[in-house]
Design a protein around this ligand. Sequence first.
Ligand SMILES: NC(=O)c1ccc[n+]([C@@H]2O[C@H](COP(=O)([O-])OP(=O)(O)OC[C@H]3O[C@@H](n4cnc5c(N)ncnc54)[C@H](OP(=O)(O)O)[C@@H]3O)[C@@H](O)[C@H]2O)c1
Length: 247
Amino acid sequence: MKDYHPTANLLNDRVILVTGAGDGIGRVVARRLAAYGATVILLGRTIRKLEQVYDEIEQTGGPKPAIYPMNLEGASPKDYADLATIIGTEFGRLNGLLHNAALFAGLTPLANYDTALWYRIVQVNVHAPFLLTQALLGLLNRAPDASVIFTADQASETGRAYWGAYAVAKGSAETLMKLWANELETNTSIRVNSIDPGQVGAGLTLRAYPGRTPDEWVDPEAIIPTYLYLLGPDSKGVTGQLLRAQD
Ligand SMILES: NC(=O)c1ccc[n+]([C@@H]2O[C@H](COP(=O)([O-])OP(=O)(O)OC[C@H]3O[C@@H](n4cnc5c(N)ncnc54)[C@H](OP(=O)(O)O)[C@@H]3O)[C@@H](O)[C@H]2O)c1
């Protein structure tokens, strides 16, 4: 999908929530969604980072975004319900939901894996997207063709050594995506897919390979077309798919 050419106003009138919008890929994607007309709800745990993205969007003339600070590690079902209530009050619907946030805490052999860290990673990378999707279903149903995106990583498919709970959680999230897609295919117009961004010069890849510089990796801007395709109207009817953003 890297050769997809979106129209200038592709995402006009769409309200899209991006988790982990303050840094890495989420930051780049959030800015680009706004550039194509979306009203972006920036969700993340570090307010300072969210405010920076907010300012960047305002400075480039995009629709006024919203900030929703939330720590997905400790969030309860009530926190998700409160978020849904607030989005309903402010916007009345949700056209797009991008599960981008992830907890990655470095490379560790399974033999030495810290149990508490394992639970934290699974909480953020699997339980949170499940709970968030469940809480926001009503708002997604109010949009004419809502799009939900999970974020995949080949570390899970290949069982890449030392990627531990992160890889396990990404595999589970992929199953979760297919379950949602199959269950929502009948009686709703909500499509659910995954994007595998591939390794890019931003975010956790830079932390996983500290000996390499950002310019040794693919520019994160190069993966944006796939996000635009799945969040815009051109992907209507596409569901249950894993799209590789660098193909
Ligand atoms: N970078 C790559 O090359 C690559 C490759 C394959 C897949 N991916 C996937 O792409 C997505 C983005 O990755 P990235 O590299 O941009 O990662 P990143 O730089 O580590 O950013 C992850 C984002 O998630 C947020 N986050 C982490 N824990 C959170 C929590 N408990 N509550 C709320 N937000 C939380 C972070 O917030 P803070 O900024 O506050 O920490 C950050 O904004 C992830 O799903 C990742 O698995 C990335």
